[in-house]
Design a protein around this ligand. Structure first.
Ligand SMILES: Nc1ncnc2c1ncn2[C@@H]1O[C@H](COP(=O)(O)OP(=O)(O)OP(=O)(O)O)[C@@H](O)[C@H]1O
Length: 235
């Protein structure tokens, strides 16, 4: 079976400074993979390299068997990789509805996401529909950026630290949103430092340390071995 997304031998650098070394992982359709690692381990850089924002120096990014490594970001997005960066880039002077409209297009993910469906599936957004995105709370903006990325009907969604900087109650709501997406069959790679959060929503785990994948396995295997957390995730 061809993996939905397969990353292999990925090297990436900022100028002369190489930060990713042979990053590799695979994800099957409908799975949620938690990419876990400390601050600075290389999670965001991995996503940027996959999404084409930092063209990789080497390696493959296969989406349903088609290699997208090094393609322009818009082509990668159009091919079906949706990326939600850490810094929640909403269009602040547009309403929630307009933010969703701007992103709406048919995609290869086979989904049939559109604005009306988004409001149906995520009713928390309904009362915010006419609000300016710049006036939303951090949690609401996070929810909006995730739902907005669905408007392109991606095959795979890359979520970079969606729980970061949010209050526990809001983190729980974001967790529910991701759960909901998973139940609907969305394929998700979730970069996180917050292990409690991501173990609640993920099916598989890959641990990255100093730009290299150091462990891969199921959530059950990860939970059963506290030494992994102690070695690679605690400060
Ligand atoms: N624009 C940049 N220029 C140079 N070095 C960078 C740049 N962005 C990140 N780095 C370095 O690359 C390494 C990996 O950073 P990255 O942001 O991918 O880590 P991360 O696991 O996502 O951590 P964080 O949770 O802090 O985002 C770090 O050593 C970081 O200092």
């Amino acid at each position: 079976m061809t993996a939905e997304l397969s990353v292999a031998g990925l090297d990436a650098a900022y100028g002369a400074s190489q930060v990713l070394f042979d990053v590799h992982f695979e994800i099957e359709r409908g799975e949620t993979l938690a990419l876990m690692g400390r601050n600075g381990a290389g999670k965001s850089t991995t996503f940027k390299a996959i999404a084409g924002l930092l063209p990789p120096r080497a390696g493959h990014v296969l989406l349903r068997g088609v290699d997208l490594a090094g393609a322009k970001p818009y082509r990668i997005a159009r091919a079906g990789i949706g990326f939600v960066p850490e810094d929640r880039q909403v269009f602040p002077d547009h309403t929630v509805e307009e933010n969703l409209e701007i992103a709406q297009k048919r995609g290869p993910g086979g989904g049939d996401w559109n604005i009306e469906r988004a409001f149906e599936v995520f009713p928390l957004l309904v009362p915010l529909r006419k609000r300016m995105a710049g006036k939303l709370s951090g949690g609401e903006q996070q929810m909006l950026t995730i739902v907005r990325s669905l408007m392109g009907n991606p095959a795979v969604l890359l979520l970079d630290e969606p729980s970061e900087g949010l209050a526990p109650l809001i983190v729980a709501q974001i967790g529910e949103l991701i759960h909901r997406l998973r139940e609907m069959g969305t394929t998700i790679v979730l970069a996180e430092q917050n292990s409690r959060f991501c173990l609640g929503v993920a099916t598989r785990v890959a641990v990255i340390d100093k730009g290299t994948i150091v462990w891969r396995g199921s959530v059950e295997q990860f939970r059963a071995d506290p030494s992994i957390q102690a070695r690679y995730l605690q400060v």
